[in-house]
Write a protein that binds this ligand. Structure first.
Ligand code: FJE
Ligand code: FE
Length: 344
């Protein structure tokens, strides 16, 4: 656990207390002690399931683009399937990158910086350990989420912590110009703390936003919904999505029919960009389970200037980020002294 407790609280006694508390209560405590105001309730996507029920939205979204995430090498010997961030889909405001990673030791993502956005790492199998230049450390395992707000600057390493293959999704969400230089922050959700619901052959895990009466405690600076759905064979789903938001689906397992009932089934590793509308229909026409994430976010409508791990609004801000990282200034002070330590 590595939440930053700002505002001059006595850290050590608090941490001792904190660690003595049961798993399930830690997240609540984290949120209690956190200096930021809690999330204003995001728009509430209601949900109606099953082939019998009518959707509660009026204008269904169609699939406007399909992108197959092919394998490529990233970091040090790691393999990722990139969808958002590849040439066919440079960015999908407010989203900058989506990688489905699959990493076995000793490969990984050693020491690298970030500025100007958030990274959301969702483990699908195995474990990943991270450590950063402020002394934060932690391991996320299957079903856990790390929501990292890099803000003005993070230097960290992300390395596999399980034997064999460690898999997950990493999403980069842009921050608005007024949030790009905020203090870095972590929100960690353990699998057991992620709200889920099951009904009529639909299972949802709510990582951000709300669905089926379950709301995530994650504070999203850029308003975001992140839902992990599993549909049993033959099941249909109607899910509402805020009308003005960018939204997409990424298929993890199985195959499904998205948008129009007459469209062809789409299989794993495909990203589907959804067009305008206030909801989406999904049909698992196959004889196997269908698992996909449905992700939506409010567009920032701001210029995006990206230089690797720095994402800002102007070229001058990128030059500044490079200089700050190089000289250890404006949030990168600890970068001068820190290197990750190997564990295990
Ligand atoms: C990065 C290259 C990288 N996808 N998925 C350049 F590989 C990375 C990077 C990651 C990454 C890390 C995890 Cl745990 C999962 C990832 C890219 O670390 F940030 C830059 N700039
Ligand atoms: Fe990183």
């Amino acid at each position: 656990m590595r939440a930053r407790l700002d505002g001059g609280l006595p850290l050590l006694p608090l941490m001792v207390l904190f660690l003595g508390v049961s798993h399930t209560h830690r997240l609540r405590l984290l949120l209690l002690f956190h200096p930021l105001p809690l999330s204003p309730a995001p728009p509430t996507p209601a949900l109606i399931r099953s082939a019998m029920s009518r959707p509660d939205f009026t204008s269904p979204r169609a699939v406007v683009k399909r992108v197959l995430a092919k394998q490529q090498h990233e970091g040090q010997g790691a393999v990722v399937r990139r969808s958002i961030g590849r040439n066919e889909l440079r960015n999908l405001d407010p989203f900058l990158l989506l990688d489905e990673f699959s990493v076995s030791p000793p490969a990984g993502f050693p020491d690298h910086p970030h500025r100007g956005f958030e990274t959301v790492t969702y483990m699908l199998q195995g474990a990943f350990a991270h450590q950063d230049f402020a002394g934060n450390k932690g391991t996320i395992r299957t079903g856990d989420v790390q929501w990292m707000t890099a803000g003005r600057g993070i230097l960290h390493s992300e390395m596999p912590a399980g034997e064999g293959v460690n898999k997950g999704l990493q999403l980069w969400i842009n921050l608005s110009s007024r949030d790009k230089m905020i203090e870095p922050r972590y929100q960690e959700l353990l699998s057991e703390d992620i709200g889920s619901a099951e009904d009529d052959g639909v299972e949802v895990r709510v990582i951000a936003g709300e669905a089926m009466g379950v709301r995530s405690p994650v504070y999203t600076r850029t308003p975001t919904m992140y839902l992990d759905f599993t549909l049993k064979p033959g099941v249909r789903l109607n899910q509402s999505i805020p009308e003005s938001w960018t939204a997409f689906v990424y298929v993890i397992e199985g195959e499904g029919v998205f948008g129009s009932v007459s469209s062809s089934p789409v299989s794993a590793h495909n990203l589907l960009v959804l067009g305008p509308g206030d909801g989406v229909s999904v049909w698992n026409q196959s004889s196997k389970p269908l698992r996909f994430v449905l992700i939506g976010g409010q567009p920032l409508n701001e210029p995006v200037v990206q230089h690797g791990p720095f994402v800002m609004n102007t070229p001058a801000q990128i030059d500044q980020a490079i200089e700050d990282y190089h000289y250890g200034k404006n949030g990168f002070e600890m970068a001068k002294y820190w290197r990750s330590r190997s564990v295990g």
